[in-house]
Write a protein that binds this ligand. Structure first.
Ligand code: PMP
Length: 368
């Protein structure tokens, strides 16, 4: 098939896709020549990678003429040891983003649908549309995922339900009892994907134990990443955790060498670096508390977050104006218009210096 312009036509299902707009980069903001730059728009680890991961990458560099282990065996062994599961319960991928695409590639036939919540991570919709799936976005209730309404949206052609927990960008979470009831209510043929990209940060007593739930629910698949708490976003490595049958399904569509050797080595080292993880979580806890109090003291609404970021709603000035004023002063945050939350901003919890920069900049020409 040819377009009128006489060039190859891309598939019609791609037409509704909007290009992904990443968080601002340090290079973008440098154009304004701010005295400092604080990158707080992409939920990265403000401490950077751990020392052990960096050493592992250095060592791996000497072996990059050799293809990586296609099954990421050592890493899967370590993940199994850490969770009391077996290596067959894990599939490692090029970021958890790749897992989402593999899921859609495995389970969606054209015209099938995926159910998602409103105001959530965009890549569920992306993955479904690329494989010609329909997307049913279910309105939230007071910004919380409405699991009852999501269950009601499931029909005979629903293959996948995506749930982000805690949710990006709100930081809100679904508790264990609610999640379990939801999983029990789903048809046996519908896959439930719980994206736990930020689960390491969650400390709510009722936060679900999805590793245990995957033992009980044959149709539950959990995605996790080394990009956030483990500080390896630039290497691209994440994984799926599920019963073996689901993992074997996904393996059919995985490219053999999807995860590079440096990423595998770094992730293995990061899993063993308890100290870096503990420092990361403590820094996040203190910073989240500080920023929550400071934003609330301005009379702004701040959502209780289980992640490494906060979602807040400025008053008086618009979210876009606040975002732009912060940007000019070297602070990169994420105004949430693209998530359907025009009045809200997401800020990643930073180092104490970054948090102070953000709060100072808010008092400055942000006009707030
Ligand atoms: N899920 C959520 C909720 C995320 O926020 C992100 C990263 N922005 C991802 C998945 C993708 O992470 P990765 O770097 O592992 O591809």
């Amino acid at each position: 098939m040819r377009t009128a312009a006489g060039r190859p036509a891309y598939r019609r299902c791609l037409a509704p896709l909007k290009p992904y707009v990443p968080g601002g980069t340090a290079e973008d903001v440098a154009r304004h020549r701010p005295a400092r730059i604080s990158k707080m728009g992409s939920n990265e680890n403000p401490l950077g990678p751990g020392r052990l991961a960096v050493e592992a990458v250095r060592e791996a560099a000497a072996r990059i003429s050799v293809y990586p282990d296609p099954s990421a065996g050592l890493l899967r062994d370590a993940l199994a040891r850490g969770t009391g599961k077996s290596p067959g319960n894990f599939l490692v991928a090029n970021g958890s983003d790749e897992v989402l695409v593999l899921i859609a590639a495995t389970y969606l036939n054209p015209g099938d649908n995926a159910v998602v919540s409103e105001h959530t991570f965009f890549n569920y919709e992306f993955a479904a549309r690329v494989f010609d799936g329909e997307v049913r976005a279910v309105p939230t209730r007071g910004l919380r995922c409405d699991l009852a309404a999501m269950r009601d949206a499931v029909d005979a052609r629903t293959r996948i339900v995506f749930l982000c927990n805690p949710n990006n960008p709100t930081g809100l979470h679904v508790g264990a009892a609610e999640l379990e009831a939801f999983l029990r209510s789903l048809p046996r043929e519908t896959l439930a994907v719980v994206d736990e990209a930020y689960a390491e940060y969650a400390d709510a007593p009722d936060f679900p134990d999805c590793a245990a739930l995957t033992d009980r629910f044959h149709n539950l698949l959990v995605t996790r990443t080394f990009s956030k708490a483990h500080g390896l976003a630039g290497l691209r490595i994440g994984y799926a955790m599920a019963q073996e049958a689901l993992i074997q399904d996904l393996r059919q569509v995985k490219l053999p060498f999807n995860v590079n050797a440096a990423a595998q080595a770094a992730a293995l080292a990061a899993l063993g670096d308890r100290e870096h993880l503990a420092r990361t979580l403590e820094l996040n806890r203190l910073g989240k508390d500080l920023l929550t109090r400071a934003l609330a003291a301005k009379g702004w609404e701040v959502l209780p977050s289980q992640g490494n970021f906060l979602c807040f709603r400025p008053t008086v000035v618009t979210a876009l104006e606040v975002g732009e004023a912060l940007f000019r002063q070297g602070v990169i945050v994420r105004p949430l218009g693209r998530f359907g939350l025009e009045d809200w901003i997401r800020v990643t919890v930073g180092t104490p210096a970054q948090n102070a920069h953000f709060l100072e900049a808010l008092e400055g020409p942000a006009g707030a």
